[in-house]
Design a protein around this ligand. Structure first.
Ligand SMILES: [Fe+2]
Length: 273
């Protein structure tokens, strides 16, 4: 079965204008007749006996876990195991399609209209649900780049397993993280530099709180608000493994920096909801 999924990539061209619909039709024709237990067991065998392709996400919690089955530097075939519901409303920087292999999900599609722009990467939007349906086992959905396709996929079963064919390295159209109260913050991939900076901040904190705070404020000043807010979420989620004190000082610094900004009030409101 895994081999059959990997073979979906044959002849697919991510530069083709029909890539999105090609992904959709290939996923549509894929027929998985294994029980969940058989599927899990086949993947367990593949993970321990194959040479894995480069993984698109190693630590990322988009999927618990995400597993890249195929990677050719221009698109990937990814499996996502969902144990928890993903509640984020978002647009996509990439294109492709996904299929529900096991379980089911509720998909809400939103129309978003910009109401106020705070910065290049943070805005307030009017958002309205324009379509809502249950994606049962076997259903496929095309993924269109940009603001014209904004969705939330609530995974109703645990696990729900989805299979996605999608482009990578898409730099031109940013992905939007849309909050229900209208606030929108662009998604920024955290790269090596910012990780090293934040880990060095933690080291400095063990030496001198004053130096650490100065260093941290320097990072914030030089970075876009969206980068800082994406970092803020990663730090607070615990996924960077920072010590409690480092998280607390970081948290306090961000609050102090942005508390007078209207968009930050919306952010705090969204977090409390
Ligand atoms: Fe999505």
């Amino acid at each position: 079965m895994i081999q059959e999924i990997i073979e979906l990539a044959q002849g697919l061209d991510s530069k083709s204008p029909s890539f999105q619909s090609d992904c959709f039709s290939r996923l549509k024709t894929l027929n998985i007749d294994l029980s969940l237990e058989e599927f899990n067991s086949e993947l367990a065998h593949w993970l321990t006996t194959s040479s894995l392709p480069t993984q698109l996400n190693v630590y990322n919690n988009f999927g618990q876990p995400p597993v890249t089955l195929f990677h050719n530097e221009s698109f990937v075939i990814d499996l996502y195991f969902w144990l928890y519901s993903d509640t984020s409303i978002h647009t996509h920087s990439f294109t492709g399609a996904f299929k529900v292999l096991y379980g089911q999900s509720q998909q809400d599609i939103y129309q978003i209209i910009e109401k106020k722009k705070y910065t290049n990467d943070i805005s307030l939007n009017d958002i309205n649900i324009i379509d809502s349906k249950i994606l049962i086992k076997g259903e496929c959905q095309e993924i269109t780049r940009g603001d014209q396709f904004c969705h939330r996929v609530l995974h109703l079963d645990s696990p729900t397993i989805t299979l996605c064919i999608r482009t990578i390295n898409d730099k031109h159209i940013p992905q939007r993280h849309q909050f229900e109260n209208g606030l929108s913050i662009l998604k920024v991939e955290l790269e090596e530099t910012i990780y090293k900076q934040i880990f060095f901040y933690e080291y400095l904190l063990s030496q001198s709180q004053k130096m650490a705070k100065t260093f941290l404020n320097g990072i914030i000043e030089k970075s876009s608000p969206s980068l800082i807010m994406n970092l803020f979420e990663a730090v607070l989620s615990g996924s960077l493994g920072l010590a409690d004190e480092s998280i607390e000082v970081f948290h306090h610094t961000i609050i102090k920096k942005f508390q007078k900004e209207e968009w930050f009030t919306y952010y705090l409101e969204a977090c409390e909801a």
